[in-house]
Ligand binder design. Structure first.
Ligand code: ZN
Length: 156
């Protein structure tokens, strides 16, 4: 299921991309009419804390998930409860622009990443759309820990 987060949910949108969900996040110039249009046209679930927007979405039959908390972890839990994570898709998407990333030969990006990173890491990915590079650094390990906490299976 494709998703759309409202303006107030930027961190959540970024994290949903980390989990591999195709997540549209509007820029500051995007108004509510356009948000509803995209949700409807691209069949995206509207994730929102904006009461007015939610009422309008329901009238236009756009499916919604209402978020009540400002706590990011609780927001993520709420979404993941409704839409299961496909573990194979975790960390497959650019967190900046939502495009699927792909692996890239280490030697070809020597000048484009910090030297220390080049020397200590062997696997790299690139976003074909915004040219952001990804590798498994400390940031990745922290992320992985959060992911594991959130998708830990319920005890049998
Ligand atoms: Zn990108």
């Amino acid at each position: 299921m494709k998703l759309l987060c409202d303006h107030m949910l930027g961190s959540l949108a970024k994290w949903l991309r980390i989990f591999g969900f195709d997540t549209f996040y509007p820029d500051s110039t995007t108004n509510d009419d356009f948000i509803l249009q995209i949700a409807s046209r691209e069949k995206r679930l509207l994730i929102s804390r904006d009461k007015e927007l939610l009422i309008r979405a329901k009238k236009t039959l756009v499916p919604v998930l209402e978020i009540q908390t400002t706590n990011l972890t609780e927001q993520l839990q709420q979404v993941l409860k409704k839409i299961p994570v496909d573990e194979e898709k975790i960390l497959s998407r650019c967190t900046v622009c939502n495009t699927l990333i792909h692996s890239v030969e280490k030697e070809t990006i020597k000048d484009k990443i910090p030297e220390k990173v080049f020397q200590t890491r062997n696997e790299f990915w690139i976003c074909p759309s915004c040219s952001k590079y990804y590798w498994m650094g400390t940031h990745y390990e922290n992320m992985r820990e959060k992911i594991n906490t959130l998708v830990r299976k319920e005890p049998l």
